[in-house]
Design a binder for this molecule. Structure first.
Ligand SMILES: [Zn+2]
Length: 242
């Protein structure tokens, strides 16, 4: 039986001499591994389908050793991301993040799919600082999978009056001084204001935002640590944090 999936390639590994295994992130079924046969030949018809970021319609069939790609129609290859090293690293980080998450519902996975696609478009074709797209992606992801980062009230007592917020790395929530427990870390004023700006600005308007370098670095560090705590996975973020 042929299956048709709208999907983005999030990983690509060598398999045998001429084949590649690709990990697809699809709107219909979440993450699915499939094999592209003979795709390393320069004349291979589905050559572009082996590239991470590639978005399109994939036809899959069950083979002896798993699913095989039997057809592919490209919708957007996002190959331009390869021309800009910053954009490429931020985009790769978003794929790494999706790869690291296990989804518990189909709605979650569909919402994250739409978010990833929007963020890749903005990264690839927009004039936004690549780092802000990654920040936005993480902030929106937290709201879909788990609990949102509330910047205007304490996640524990719901008080809206506080002088400082603290990050509770047990679950990634933000709490007030009265609710903070052991292991909470104070969120600096600059990081908190950067978080508010990125959270409250739509993706389409992010190109108008310019943060100070110090708050840029601080915010991403907090978001990535927050991710590690929520999902118990350590992100590598090659080219960004390393
Ligand atoms: Zn509180």
């Amino acid at each position: 039986m042929t299956q048709k999936l709208q999907a983005i390639v999030i990983r690509s590994n060598d398999r045998k001499e001429k084949d590649k295994n690709i990990l697809l992130f699809s709107i219909e079924q979440g993450k699915v591994w499939a094999t592209l046969k003979g795709v390393k030949s320069p004349t291979a018809k589905m050559k572009i389908a082996q590239n991470p970021f590639c978005f399109g319609e994939f036809m899959l069939e069950d083979g002896k050793m798993g699913k095989i790609v039997t057809g592919f129609d490209a919708i957007e290859t996002f190959h331009e991301l390869g021309d800009d090293v910053d954009k490429y690293f931020e985009g790769t980080a978003m794929l790494e993040i999706v790869n690291a998450i296990d989804f518990s519902t189909q709605i979650e996975q569909a919402q994250v799919f739409v978010l990833l696609l929007k963020c890749l478009k903005s990264l690839c074709f927009g004039s936004v600082q690549p780092l802000y797209v990654l920040d936005k992606f993480l902030i929106e992801l937290f709201a879909i999978v788990g609990s949102p980062l509330n910047v205007d009230k304490c996640a524990c007592c719901a008080s809206k009056v506080f002088d400082k917020l603290w990050i509770d790395y047990k679950d990634g929530s933000l709490v007030c001084s009265g609710c903070k427990g052991w292991g909470c870390e104070e969120l600096s004023t600059t990081t908190l204001s950067a978080l508010k700006v990125i959270k409250n600005t739509d993706l389409e308007k992010l190109s108008t935002v310019k943060l100070a370098q110090e708050s840029e670095n601080g915010l991403l560090r907090v978001l990535v640590r927050n991710f590690d705590a929520r999902f118990e996975r350590k992100l590598k973020m090659i080219g960004i944090l390393s």
